[in-house]
Design a protein around this ligand. Structure first.
Ligand code: G3P
Ligand code: CA
Length: 267
């Protein structure tokens, strides 16, 4: 499951991360299609993306579904907490019309349905674990086991990530060989300790709080840094110049042209 070059980060050791592109389609091609739907993933592929990020959380019956918020209200025609609805009921909701009537009929995919499509399209995937308070460990373990079962062993890279360190820890215990990314709004003083404790490969940081000193430190330590959510090509260029390995974008086709090529052996 973990290819060579996707081992946990170690201070100063540069990981090639083969198959990780410069630009990751954030929630799919989410500026042009409803986020986290199969339509958004297909459109990302059509627009040239090689990898997508998606959000997953557990429904009441324990089935991981692909949705960002803890409630159904913003991105479907349903209401209430995802955790309070069974996946079969969630599957009946419309997840497209809120974005544009053209997408009426799009559904909230299960994680399994999304992985099946992404593997068929040959896209790499970053599965972000979302969990309500108290659900972190169950989510991490369930999702890791599902990914290990559903993702082809010879497929493109798959990377788990989470703001919830408990979820990453449970994923590590369930399927240690699945690469993990520590996800934080800002690196914080303990990023090194957390990366090592959770045996993470990558560090995913918010763009809003990133400063040049932090980026210099992370570059010195050879940490693979992935930054979200970058929709301005000039900002992306600056981040790449500072050693950022990849960015998440709602408009991957706008960012891709400014991304520097990867060394041949890394792509
Ligand atoms: O994984 C990067 C980014 O997606 C984290 O923030 O709120 O968009 O899930 P959010
Ligand atoms: Ca996300």
């Amino acid at each position: 499951m973990r290819g060579r070059g996707w081992e946990p980060w170690e201070p100063g050791r540069k990981l090639p991360l083969p198959g990780l592109p410069r630009v990751i389609a954030h929630r799919g091609a989410s500026a042009a299609a409803p986020e986290n739907t199969l339509a958004a993933f297909r459109l990302a592929a059509e627009r040239g993306a090689a990898m997508v990020e998606l959000d997953t959380r557990l429904a009441r019956d324990g089935v991981p579904v692909v949705i960002h918020d803890s409630t159904l209200d913003r991105t479907t025609d349903g209401h209430g907490r995802v955790l309070a609805s069974d996946s079969e009921r969630i599957a009946l909701l419309d997840a497209g019309a809120w974005f544009d009537p053209r997408f009426r009929g799009e559904r909230v995919p299960t994680l399994e349905q999304a992985l099946e499509l992404l593997a068929r399209l040959g896209l790499a995937v970053n599965v972000e674990l979302k969990a309500d308070a108290g659900e972190e460990r169950r989510t991490g373990a369930e999702v890791a086991r599902l990914v290990a079962r559903a993702w082809p062993a010879d497929g493109p890279p798959v990377l788990l990530s989470s703001f919830a360190e408990e979820a990453l820890d449970a994923a590590r215990r369930a399927v240690p060989e699945l690469p993990r990314g520590l996800l934080r709004e800002r690196a914080g003083p303990d990023w090194r300790v957390a990366m090592e404790r959770l045996a993470c490969t990558t560090l995913h940081l918010g763009r809003a709080h990133l400063d040049a000193a932090t980026l210099r430190e992370l570059r010195r330590e050879a940490v693979p840094v992935l930054v979200y959510t970058v929709n301005d090509p000039q900002e992306a260029r600056r981040l790449f110049d500072h050693g950022v390995r990849a960015v998440f974008s709602d408009v991957p086709e706008v960012i891709a042209p400014v991304a520097p090529p990867l060394p041949h052996a890394w792509s």
